[in-house]
Design a protein around this ligand. Structure first.
Ligand SMILES: [Zn+2]
Length: 84
């Protein structure tokens, strides 16, 4: 091997933040964190579930609720305007 060009190859652990599975392997960094792994990904488990580690579903529901509120208010204003 040519000296000075290769990265350090060390023992490494890969940790899944969803299910806590730990895989021991070798890599250039000692620790790798993943959101999904083959133990919990729906493709491998065959179970349909929403994988939402970043809170995207919650954010979407909040946005939707806020939007409905605005739309209801607009409709109310429209009704009031047509009555008068
Ligand atoms: Zn996992």
């Amino acid at each position: 091997m040519k000296p000075g060009i290769h990265p350090n190859y060390v023992e490494s652990t890969i940790t899944c933040s969803s299910c806590g599975t730990v895989v021991h392997t070798h890599a250039t960094v000692p620790e790798i964190r993943v959101d999904l792994c083959s133990q919990c990904h729906p493709f491998y488990t065959g179970k349909q579930r929403i994988v939402d580690t970043a809170g995207r579903v919650d954010k979407f529901n909040q946005r939707r609720a806020a939007s409905e509120k605005v739309q209801r208010a607009a409709k109310r204003r429209e009704k009031a305007a047509t009555k008068a």
